[in-house]
Design a protein around this ligand. Structure first.
Ligand code: PEP
Length: 244
C-alpha cells in the first residue's frame, strides 16, 4: 500500500516571516493520513526541519557534485545536512529556465540518492506536445532519461506535471491524468520490476487546489500531489492534505 504524499513547492517564495504558515500547518495537519512535505527556497530548509512535527522539509534542486568550485550551488549532501528529506528534480521551470536535460536530472537524482534524499523526479508535456499527440512518448523519454538505475519505492517519487497546467489554473481531465499515471506505473514496473514499480509513488502536479483535489486524488495511480501556489497558505494546503 502506497502512503500518499502532499508535497508543496514554494518555488521562489518565502521569508522567515512565512514560517508561521509552517507552524500553522504542523498544527492543522498533525493527524494527517498522508506524508506532508514543504519544499521552500533553500534558506528556509533548516528552519522548517527544526520545527519538527508532521511537516518534513525538502529542496527544489541540488547540484550533481558533493562539493567543489561551483559558486552559488548547493549539494545534496548539504541539503540533507540542513534537514531536507526530499529534493524536487527536473521541475519544468528548471528544464526551461536552466536548460536542464534528462541527463542532468539523472545525475542530480543519483547525487540525491547518494546523500540519502528521496528524489521527486518531474516529468510532463508541453501543450504543443499534447496537441501533437506526443504526450506518452515525451513522458516515456523523460522517465527513461531522468531516472538512474537503482530506483526503489523508498528513494524515488515521480511527479507528473503537464507544463501547461502549472500555475495556469488549467488541469487535464481525470481521464487524461489517469492515462498518464497508468502509463508511468507500467513503465516503472517494466524497468525496475513489479515490486519497485508498484511501491513508487506517482504525484499529480499542476494547478491542484482545495477545490479539485478530491476528484484528482480519486484517479487510479494518483498517490498524492505536487502543489505550487496552493501550498503557500497553511489553510489551503491543509485542505489538500486532508483530501489525500
Ligand atoms: C509546481 O510548481 O510544481 C506546481 C504544480 O505549481 P502550481 O500548483 O502552482 O500549478
Amino acid at each position: 500500500m502506497r502512503r500518499k504524499l502532499a508535497a508543496g513547492n514554494w518555488k521562489m517564495n518565502g521569508l522567515q516571516a512565512n514560517l508561521s504558515e509552517v507552524r500553522t500547518l504542523n498544527e492543522l495537519a498533525k493527524d494527517a493520513q498522508c506524508d506532508v512535505l514543504l519544499c521552500p527556497p533553500a534558506p528556509l530548509i533548516g528552519a522548517i526541519a527544526a520545527e519538527g512535527g508532521v511537516v518534513k522539509a525538502g529542496a527544489q534542486d541540488c547540484h550533481t557534485a558533493v562539493s567543489g568550485a561551483h559558486t552559488g550551488e548547493i549539494s545534496a549532501e548539504m541539503l540533507a545536512d540542513a534537514g531536507a528529506k526530499y529534493v524536487i528534480l527536473g521541475h519544468s521551470e528548471r528544464r526551461a529556465d536552466m536548460g536542464e536535460t534528462d541527463t542532468i536530472v539523472r545525475d542530480k537524482t543519483q547525487a540525491a540518492w547518494t546523500a540519502g534524499l528521496v528524489a521527486i523526479v518531474c516529468v510532463g508535456e508541453t501543450l504543443d506536445q499534447r496537441e501533437a499527440a506526443n504526450t506518452l512518448d515525451i513522458i516515456g523519454g523523460q522517465l527513461a532519461g531522468s531516472i538512474p538505475d537503482g530506483a526503489s519505492g523508498l528513494n524515488l517519487v515521480v511527479a507528473y506535471e503537464p507544463v501547461w497546467a502549472i500555475g495556469t489554473g488549467l488541469t487535464p481531465t481525470t481521464d487524461q491524468i489517469g492515462e498518464v499515471h497508468d502509463f508511468i506505473r507500467t513503465r516503472l514496473e517494466r524497468r525496475f520490476g513489479t515490486g519497485v514499480g508498484r511501491s513508487t509513488r506517482i504525484l499529480y502536479g499542476g494547478s491542484m487546489n482545495p477545490k479539485n483535489v478530491t476528484e484528482i486524488a480519486a484517479v487510479s495511480n494518483v498517490d498524492g500531489g505536487l502543489v505550487g501556489g496552493a501550498s503557500l497558505k497553511a489553510a489551503d494546503f491543509n485542505v489538500i492534505v486532508q483530501a489525500l
